[in-house]
Design a protein around this ligand. Structure first.
Ligand SMILES: *[C@@H]1O[C@H](CO)[C@@H](O)[C@H](O)[C@H]1NC(C)=O
Ligand SMILES: *[C@@H]1O[C@H](CO)[C@@H](O)[C@H](O)[C@H]1NC(C)=O
Length: 174
């Protein structure tokens, strides 16, 4: 979701959640805050090249509206937190990590809008997903999050954990 001038853009998303089945659509639509109506976009901007939901639960791509092609993120992940600080897009954590028992990521990666390149940054102290990232001055705050992938039970010392959350709070200086 993004705002540009008088339009609020919605890109991708999910229309079906049926047990384990979830879809991911490519549709981009815009709400015009002046006319207070939804409107169609020109064909070149009406779809993202790949479906995604939960900020790309299983995708690892970044799309720029009206710019050809897709740019791969270093680490494909979904349910991540992202924000823009300065001339960079910062991304934190996420889920659907096949390499860990918890299914969550601790990755921090930034996309530079000028160089069009991704940089891999220092890992998060507590891997998690479903958090949010907000910028105040030169700091990015990332409060809380889920400690294991949604729907996943994690057994630690014989005790099963499900929907375990954290009150851990990251302050990331840019
Ligand atoms: C938004 O709606 C207004 C009123 O109908 C229209 O004049 C304007 O061109 C629309 N904006 C865009 C970006 O299409
Ligand atoms: C679940 O949360 C508790 C309390 O915050 C923590 O001690 C425990 O390590 C967590 N378990 C997992 C699997 O993350």
């Amino acid at each position: 979701m993004g705002v540009h001038d008088e339009l609020v853009y919605l890109a991708g998303g999910m229309t079906t959640l049926d047990g384990p089945y979830q879809d991911a659509v490519t549709t981009v639509t815009a709400f015009n805050t002046t006319s207070e109506k939804w409107q169609r976009l020109i064909e070149a901007a009406a779809n993202v090249p790949e479906g995604r939901q939960h900020a790309g639960r299983v995708a690892g791509t970044l799309f720029t509206l009206l710019e050809a092609g897709a740019r791969r993120m270093p680490t494909p992940r979904g349910g991540l937190a992202g924000t823009i600080a300065g001339a960079k897009l910062y991304t934190f954590g996420g889920e659907t990590n096949q390499q860990t028992v918890t299914g969550v990521f601790d990755d921090v990666e930034a996309f530079d809008f000028k160089t069009r390149e991704w940089t891999i940054l220092k890992l998060m102290t507590v891997p998690r997903h479903g958090s949010s990232a907000v910028v105040v001055g030169n700091k990015i705050y990332i409060p809380g999050g889920g400690l294991q992938q949604d729907g996943l039970t994690v057994v630690v010392d014989g005790i099963p954990h499900f929907l375990n959350t954290t009150n851990h709070f990251d302050v990331f200086t840019v």
